[in-house]
Write a protein that binds this ligand. Sequence first.
Ligand code: ADP
Ligand code: MG
Length: 478
Amino acid sequence: MTNSYWPLVLDTLKQEVSAAVFRTWFSNIEYLKIENTGHKIVLEVPSGFNKKYLQNKYQKILLNAINRFYPRVIHIDFEVSKKVQANNEEQEDIFQNYNSKTDTKNQDFSNLKKDLEYKKSQINLNGNQLKNKNINYLNSKYSFQNFVELSCNRLAVSVAKAVLENPGKSYNPVFLYSGVGLGKTHLLQAIGHEILSTRPEFKIKYSTCENFFNLFITSIQNKNSKDFAEYFRSVDILLLDDVQFLAGKEATQEAFFHTFNELHQKNKQIILTSDKPPKHLIGLTERLVSRFEWGIVIDILKPDLEDRISVIQAKVKQQQIPLSQIQITKIARAVDTNFRDIEGVLNRLKARIDLLPDKPLGESELDSVLSGYESGSIVKINLSPNATTNLSPNNIVAKVCQSYAITKEEIFGKSRIQNVAEARQVAMYFFKSKLEFSYPAISKFFKRDHTTAMHAFKKIETRIEKDKHFKQRLQGLF
Ligand code: ADP
Ligand code: MG
């Protein structure tokens, strides 16, 4: 049995869970072996804690992904890595003692408690993070050399270049947003690499907001919040990724607010990324949102066919994947979502080609890889470009209410009258499909729980698929 499929299993998981969950729980699993004539897979995990967590929470998702490539497996055996076992036992202790430590001593941080609750549910604590002061977590893959300039990202690239020439002086802050997988992190880190090589005297810090949040919480626990403040406020350039993650985490927002002010006052460059423009970020305080708009707000657009072809060509060349121009165009047509999905397809194709190098990739094989994307992609409601640029939460609510002849109070209210309930579901559908709101964000906006938002989206999506008139009606809304 071979482990060549393991990267494909990881790839599948990547599509199914959030990036943070993937990184925390799946990215560090190692494939060891297949036993029992293919019925058992043995995996290595970094700690007993990971093992327990995977078994309790992600066993099913993991097994499903495994079965796509190892269909006979019915049992997963987790082995805890010997290398890091000692270190992690300590970590588990911290995790277990965590409740008692935090609850009593931080009563003056009422917001912090909420942030802690969140953290407890999400993340494995690591008390040593602040010690790694000088690690920038920059991925060498995310350089300018590997970043293809396209019509969808031209503006973002030109702003990045202006900042590189004049850090802190041209635009400050820079707020870059786009849908997932369109290159925000890549561009942000490319700026980091460029500064490191052209201005070695500059102190830069790249951090995801998730990491910012983790460090903040850990610093409070370890009573070294001064170190935390110092750590982020002593830089010349702060690159902060995924600010939407701070939504609802008020104490962390407060900490960031002070960091922001201090850096901005000293003309230190701040670059932020997010999945939405500042105004659409729900759960962020008004004063942060307004600061995000002080400098320049730019977006990376959805790539058109030409952009997608250019990226595929660059990646195929770089990774030496033998694909013809016709195949490249076919992939670009089928995968019209984002570059991450494109990379996923290329990885699968590369794995297949590496596995059987002498057998040319057949048309039907390519089709079967692509079919997942065509059938799996969201049924689309196409709006005119003009409508898309004017789309905002309020605008959607207003249009839907108008179309269903109901009031705003009704759409936000509790009524289950069919007409009102459907209007609410349609609005939720547009929040997800057009504004790319997460389910928790939608549920917050409509004051419902997030399974309601999920249910609404699925219901409307299915109906659009089946009911042409309904689809036309929605298309005509804007
Ligand atoms: P985001 O942060 O917007 O979700 P990423 O920066 O993680 O997106 O990009 C997703 C993947 O697509 C990454 O592997 C990245 O290298 C690749 N990518 C994105 N934009 C480009 C580009 N313009 N040229 C080459 N690769 C890109
Ligand atoms: Mg990113």
